[in-house]
Design a binder for this molecule. Structure first.
Ligand code: ADP
Ligand code: MG
Length: 479
């Protein structure tokens, strides 16, 4: 049987406002427990929520960036349920009339094809507090600092067809909220998390299968792994003659399995109704147009510009623009460079720099080589001072704390030897010392060239210009 996988994601992204969505308490992460929860967040009787305008603006920016319709009138509703981290007994969310709906986002698949994913809606809501089960013996602690932090819940259409597509889509949404400056997207701190709805159906079947919902996936890798394992489970169940139960499941990353958590609740379980403490949100055309004109350059536009302005391949442009900070670093390097071409700089950013960041687990904004120095380094490759190999040595020296490219070249005597007289001398010496290999070349073994190149490079302590070495070797051997 051929199975088709159907996935829709609900992404919760914390908005980067300074204060909460309905109170003046700070949203800063990492404060001592319960030090940033005011009476509104604690759900005291008699207090009233006041909507944070910045959260509304951020939601609208997201809607504009994804071609959504912006609701000129949207309504906050109460979603009623009990949980210890929700002292009011309800979460303020949007239900029937969300702030934005009906948009789309293009993703680039591994094959290079572009696929459009529908955005059903994105609505504003407040985050709940946090239960801490680990720090206390046989007890749970409740930290309400997070209560009232603004969230934008971004709901996709069930348009995704594999775990990999879901991963690409989630990364794209992450990139977009960072570009827009509406969320820090910090996944370790829970600023960006995702529920995945997964079902399978036989290929060609028009009706969607019964779905399960995988809760609170907080890394790209976990999303992909959880979906993969859930797809396998569902297919096994159906092929064994069973039925999928609509339910909420938890992903256990240690065991790499999903486990049933609770039966799926329906909307009417929550007794949604418009929150009588909050007026409908009314947004004017003028306010929307102002936000539209303030939108920054977005990932797709930047990618096209990198292709046309810098002559980069679509792939390179995609990698360099996936994260705004990477794009900014690349552009700063290109701007600071003299003759080094953008392609050379792109290679260094994606190669050596990316590897070093990865190794030290650093963000590019904390790179231990400033853009201006990487520009100099690539200029020195371009003007022939440094070979690729020597340049790597210089890069490492700077990374490890040395001052500047030129100072390192000077202090370590790393200048590439491009003086043809000096290289000819090195080549002659090597040929003289290895008559056997010279004979092999004369007998038609072209491969010994590699041996000679190696010897010459060794004799020059890696400093001879490899291109010239090759050329001069061939000339001499063919004499
Ligand atoms: P709820 O609010 O109850 O979680 P929604 O109907 O709003 O449910 O859908 C939530 C998410 O589930 C959306 O992203 C949607 O695309 C996705 N979805 C709905 N039905 C299916 C299905 N049969 N298989 C996979 N995903 C689905
Ligand atoms: Mg849901």
């Amino acid at each position: 049987m051929v199975w088709e996988v159907v996935i829709g994601l609900e992404i919760h992204t914390q908005l980067a406002t300074e204060s909460k969505i309905f109170s003046g308490a700070s949203t800063r992460y990492g404060a001592p427990p319960n030090s940033q929860a005011c009476l509104v967040d604690l759900g005291y009787p008699g207090v009233l929520p006041v909507l944070n305008e910045k959260a509304v603006e951020m939601a609208i920016k997201f809607g504009l960036a994804t071609g959504c319709e912006i609701a000129q009138r949207s309504v906050f509703a109460r979603k009623n349920y009990f949980y210890p981290d929700l002292p009011k007994g309800y979460q303020i969310s949007q239900y029937e009339l969300p702030i934005v709906h009906g948009g789309h986002l293009d993703i680039v698949l591994e094959s290079g094809d572009v696929k459009t994913i529908g955005i059903t809606r994105a609505h504003l809501e407040e985050d709940a507090g946090k239960s801490l089960h680990e720090d206390f013996d046989n007890q749970s602690g409740i930290d309400l600092n997070r209560a009232g932090t603004p969230l934008l819940e971004i709901v996709s259409e069930p348009d995704l067809r594999s775990a990999a597509e879901a991963g690409v889509y989630m990364r794209k949404v992450h990139s977009l909220v960072r570009y827009l400056g509406i969320s820090d997207g910090n996944m370790q701190e829970g600023s960006f998390r995702c529920d995945a709805n997964v079902s399978v159906r036989q290929k060609g079947e028009p009706k969607l299968g019964t779905r399960t919902e995988l809760k609170n996936l907080n890394s790209f890798r976990f999303v992909e792994k959880a979906i993969e394992i859930e797809i396998e489970r569902q297919i096994d169940v159906i092929e064994d003659g069973g039925k999928i139960v609509q339910e909420t499941r938890l992903y256990d990353s240690d065991k790499n399995e999903t486990r049933s958590m609770r039966g799926k609740e329906e909307a009417n379980d929550y007794r949604y109704f418009p929150d009588p403490d909050l007026l409908p949100v009314v947004v004017s055309d003028k306010a929307i147009e102002k936000l539209r004109s303030d939108l920054p350059e977005l990932p797709d536009a930047k990618r096209s510009r990198f292709e046309s302005d810098f002559g980069l391949s679509s792939y390179d442009a995609g990698v360099l623009t996936a994260q705004l900070d990477t794009a900014n670093y690349f552009e700063a390097t290109v701007a600071a460079a003299g003759d080094a071409p953008p392609k050379l700089i792109a290679n260094w950013v994606q190669g050596e720099l990316a590897a070093a960041l990865n190794q030290d687990n650093l963000d590019i904004t904390d790179a231990k080589i400033p853009a201006a120095e990487l520009a100099l380094l690539t200029d020195r490759i371009q003007d022939g001072t440094l070979s690729g190999k020597l340049a790597k040595e210089v890069f490492e020296a700077i990374w490890d704390g040395e001052d500047s490219v030129d100072a390192v070249i000077e202090a370590r005597g790393l200048k590439q030897i491009s003086d043809s007289g000096a290289i000819e001398k090195l080549v002659s010496d090597v040929l003289e010392q290895n008559p056997e290999q010279v004979q092999q070349f004369k007998d038609g073994n072209e491969k010994v060239i590699g041996f000679f190149v190696g010897r010459v490079m060794q004799a020059s302590q890696g400093k001879a210009n490899p291109k010239q070495v090759n050329q001069i070797l061939r000339e001499k051997l063919n004499e």
